[in-house]
Write a protein that binds this ligand. Structure first.
Ligand SMILES: N[C@@H](CCC(=O)N[C@@H](CS)C(=O)NCC(=O)O)C(=O)O
Length: 203
């Protein structure tokens, strides 16, 4: 159990803070939001740089534990508060895919999707994230089976990668978007926890 309000999410409106906020809502654990204004550059204050030296949101504190980088925050929260449910157990076969999708979200999906033609050229010549078209094909192959990244069970990897996919679709970064990705986004955004977090982030 958590101490009431022990978890603090450093958050900014209309930002990637949506991802861990959605996961906290899925988990149903008590948390406090500390809202930072990106317009006023509060994320670059000396106090906040002690929490995340990159000067970016989100970051999470849970007692003495401090985590930044969205996939790391999601892995931490799901292992700590939902092991065996939103996170597969350490010895489960599905744990491999789960960790793959967690890391894939910001190490492969984001750079490939927000890249340009030039980035495609770079990817072909050895950048770590690979070709945009291949990234979309791999996701399409997985989600056409679905309904979730690991098959029948919704996990924190769906929150992590799904939130970035949802934002990319909203920003029209993937056009034309494969039907499997659009349908997956509809399944994600129908979840009450997604809707609560979206209302706080963008409402
Ligand atoms: N790799 C980080 C990216 C975080 C990030 O870029 N956050 C943006 C908001 S969406 C930010 O804080 N921007 C303000 C800035 O860079 O000063 C993660 O996945 O958590």
């Amino acid at each position: 159990m958590t101490d009431e309000g022990r978890i603090v999410l450093h958050f900014a409106r209309a930002s990637r803070s949506f991802t861990p906020l959605w996961l906290l809502e899925e988990l149903g654990v008590p948390y406090k939001l500390r809202s930072l204004s990106l317009y006023d550059n509060e994320q670059k204050s000396s106090d906040y740089l002690k929490i995340n030296p990159m000067g970016k949101v989100p970051a999470l504190q849970d007692g003495e534990i401090c985590v930044s980088e969205s996939p790391a925050i999601c892995i931490y929260l799901a292992d700590r508060y939902s092991l065996g449910h939103l996170a597969p157990h350490l010895d489960e076969v599905r744990r491999g895919s789960y960790l793959k999708w967690m890391v894939f979200s910001t190490a492969v999906f984001e750079p490939a999707i927000y890249g340009t033609e030039d980035n495609d050229m770079a990817a072909a010549s050895g950048r770590g994230w690979g070709l945009r078209s291949r990234v979309l094909d791999v996701l399409d192959e997985t989600l056409a089976v679905g309904p979730w990244l690991l098959g029948d069970t919704f996990t924190a990897a769906d929150v992590m990668l799904g939130s970035l996919l949802s934002i990319a679709l909203f920003n029209r970064q993937i056009e034309p978007a494969p039907g499997s990705l659009v349908a997956y986004n509809e399944r994600l955004s129908a979840r009450p926890a997604y809707q609560r977090a979206a209302q706080i982030t963008w409402g």
